[in-house]
Ligand binder design. Structure first.
Ligand code: ADP
Length: 336
């Protein structure tokens, strides 16, 4: 290849030299002119040959690249050429990389599309029930022979269904704003006890209704880098579940431990527990176990809680066994 390059360059240089001599010896003798013409023709032919040679090589190169590209698209192997240190092997490697990236993006798009379809059908399902209830009770309210006490009862049911719709809408907006980074968390080295106080205060009334005792063990000086409002919301969702899925007279323990990198908040309950095969699903959007269909819920509480904690560079996990209660671990960073 290199030799051919030198020949081509030399041919061009000599061609130029002949051209100059031609001009210089324009008025020289016939022999000189004939000699120069012969030389000029010779180098021109050499140039033409090298042009044809390179054109042929280029065509071969392009058609082999096209063949390999086709082979990659059809899922064939291109390993033989990839082991060689040639220009086409480099091009094929790059082509294959590009193909893999495109396929990966296509797969991701497909997954996103499926996820979106699932989400739309879940939201439709969640909205449909309260809407059809409202529709039904509105129809009954408009009947002529309705008794006043029935009217009050139906109106209360409609109010409840409207509250449910409002709650669903609020939760969906919250989760979408968190996902699209529209909510900026204000992380600072805040006291854990203050965040726990906000979360526990919001649940204490609900817990007392089921005679569930909540005990908190936390050093008042314990601190971690977190946003008080949003972390209280995440812990609140976990506490809300602990109350919901724990029978009357149960217990909830909140325990705070500080490690080198993270401070861990444990929320332990004496509730129904989670089956081992569902543990990996409970943090997914809209996921609910079948046995909780009789309990109020949207399947968004843990999804939002995990989102809030991971946005703060922390993490959540759970230890649980069916019938033996659950323990959620919320780990918050000690350093920014
Ligand atoms: P929701 O409580 O509205 O159904 P979540 O996202 O908060 O939705 O929880 C998802 C699922 O995880 C619940 O439906 C329930 O099956 C399970 N789960 C969560 N927390 C607990 C708990 N403390 N005890 C038992 N099961 C729980």
């Amino acid at each position: 290849m290199k030799v051919i390059k030198y020949i081509l360059v030399s041919a061009n240089v000599l061609l130029l030299a002949c051209g100059s001599l031609f001009v210089f010896y324009e008025n020289g003798g016939l022999i000189k002119q004939v000699l120069l013409t012969v030389l000029f023709l010779f180098f021109s032919i050499l140039n033409l040959c090298s042009y044809l040679y390179f054109r042929r090589r280029f065509i071969n190169f392009s058609s082999s690249i096209c063949n390999y590209a086709e082979n990659i698209i059809n899922g064939g192997s291109v390993k033989n050429i990839q082991n060689k240190e040639t220009l086409s092997s480099k091009a094929v490697t790059e082509l294959e990389k590009m193909y893999r990236i495109i396929m990966y993006r296509l797969e991701e798009n497909k997954k996103d599309k499926k996820e979106l379809q699932k989400m739309v059908s879940e939201i439709t399902h969640q909205i449909k029930t309260p809407l059809s209830n409202i529709n039904m009770y509105c129809g009954m309210l408009s009947e002529k022979d309705i008794l006043p006490e029935q009217a009050v009862q139906f109106t209360n049911i409609i109010k409840q269904q409207l509250l449910k719709l409002g709650f669903l809408l609020d939760t969906l907006i919250k989760s979408s704003r968190l996902e699209t980074d529209m909510i900026k968390l204000k992380q600072a080295n805040n006291k854990i006890i203050e965040t726990l106080a906000v979360a526990v205060n919001n649940i204490i009334y609900k817990a007392s209704h089921k005679n569930i005792e909540i005990s908190v063990e936390c050093n008042p000086l314990e601190r971690a880098y977190h946003d008080v409002k949003w972390t209280a919301e995440a812990i609140g969702n976990i506490l809300d579940n602990a109350v919901k899925y724990t029978p009357v007279n149960g217990k909830i323990y909140i325990l705070v431990n500080s490690g080198e990198m993270y401070t861990t908040i444990q929320v332990k309950d004496t509730g129904k527990g989670i089956k081992a095969e569902h543990i990996n699903d409970i943090f997914k959007r809209f996921y609910r176990e079948e046995d909780v269909s009789g309990t109020e819920g949207l399947g968004l509480g843990l999804y939002i809680a995990r989102h809030i904690i991971t946005l703060q560079k922390g993490y959540i996990y759970v230890n649980s066994e069916a019938g033996k209660g659950s323990c959620f671990f919320i780990c918050l960073p000690n350093h920014f």
